[in-house]
Design a protein around this ligand. Structure first.
Ligand SMILES: [Zn+2]
Length: 334
């Protein structure tokens, strides 16, 4: 007869006593120096081991055995205490439970990343002190200047003329506080981007690509839309929030600092989300209409950007260019 090692717990105190278990004639027997007893298997509840845990045998008085030897389960089933069907049911139930828990966990992480983080970023971006925003803005610009931008080669007069035109239009309608900077695009070519804190960078290449100054101004209007909605800040907060969630899952703290420092790369590689682009486009459309600049100008520059061979940049990553062109082409002027 096989003997199985187990710990007996009376269900009241945390102390266990080592006992030996045997099965015979449909009964479980237990014995130690201090105690002995038996009970019919059908009066006991068998809790199978899962993973690294021990199987438990529950007595009707609240006491239980923690079984060290897994082979007891097989003997138990053979002795008729646990039908194979019940075994299967128990395992199946646990499997479904585990799968269900996994699905819930995945859903929580996904919805946290998809909706929770952006929503939180929007709220935080709106209340973050300007001084802090300025630090993020300065650092972002520093990285961009170091890696993918160079000082503008546009004549000073040309820069001033464009800046003046934007200022004049802003005097006729509402613009968020902004700072316009000209840079050479180097690797990113004809491009424009809005950084946290209201800095708008436009590249020489974009100014030169434009067939009319109003095309450049239309792009700037779109960037002012990003400024107005604080998209740059929201994007950095989102990547930080997503990073924190990932740290919670993986425990890898180094990934957060990488992500917090990664806004320039984020801006250029993935750009703003589709909904952020739509918001910036809507802002630009109303803005152009309110200052009587034809929305067609924005459609024209989008078309020019779309036709450039082999260049990649932020405007390229903007989704649904054809759809955007249509929206601005169809819109009335003012
Ligand atoms: Zn944009």
């Amino acid at each position: 007869m096989s003997v199985f090692e187990a710990d007996y717990f009376d269900g009241l105190s945390a102390r266990g006593h080592v006992v030996q278990l045997t099965i015979s004639q449909g009964q479980l027997h237990w014995s130690s120096d201090a105690m002995a007893g038996s009970a019919p298997l059908e009066k006991l509840r068998w809790d199978p081991a899962v993973g690294q845990t021990h199987a438990l045998v529950h007595l009707s008085d609240g006491g239980f055995f923690r079984v060290h030897d897994r082979s007891l389960g097989t003997h138990w089933a053979q002795a008729g205490g646990v039908g194979l069907e019940r075994w299967a049911r128990v395992l199946e139930g646990r499997m479904l439970y585990a799968l269900g828990a996994l699905l819930v966990a995945c859903a929580l992480v996904f919805s946290g990343l998809r909706w929770g983080v952006p929503a939180a970023a929007k709220v935080v971006a709106a209340v973050l002190p300007d001084a802090l925003v300025q630090i993020v803005a300065d650092q972002t610009l520093q990285v961009l200047d170091g890696v993918m931008l160079a000082p503008s080669k546009l004549p000073e007069q040309r820069q001033q003329a464009l800046a003046q035109q934007l200022q004049d239009l802003c005097a006729r309608t509402s613009c968020p506080p902004y700072k316009l900077l000209f840079r050479q695009g180097k690797r990113i070519g004809a491009n424009a981007m809005a950084l946290p804190g209201g800095t708008v960078v436009v590249t020489d290449e974009l100014v030169l690509l434009a067939g009319h100054d109003e095309e450049t101004l239309a792009v700037l209007a779109h960037e002012l839309g990003h400024v107005h909605e604080r998209h740059g800040l929201r994007l950095s907060l989102q990547s930080l929030g997503a990073g924190l969630i990932l740290v919670a899952i993986t425990g890898d703290v180094s990934s957060v600092s990488d992500m917090a420092a990664g806004l320039p790369a984020l801006l250029l590689q993935t750009g703003y989300s589709r909904s952020m682009e739509r918001e910036a486009d809507d802002f630009a459309l109303h803005w152009l209409q309110s200052v009587c600049v034809s929305p067609q100008r924005f459609a024209d520059i989008l078309q020019r950007l779309d036709k450039r061979p082999g260049e990649t940049g932020m405007l390229d990553s903007h989704p649904g260019t054809a759809e955007r062109i249509r929206q601005f082409s169809r819109a009335s002027a003012c």
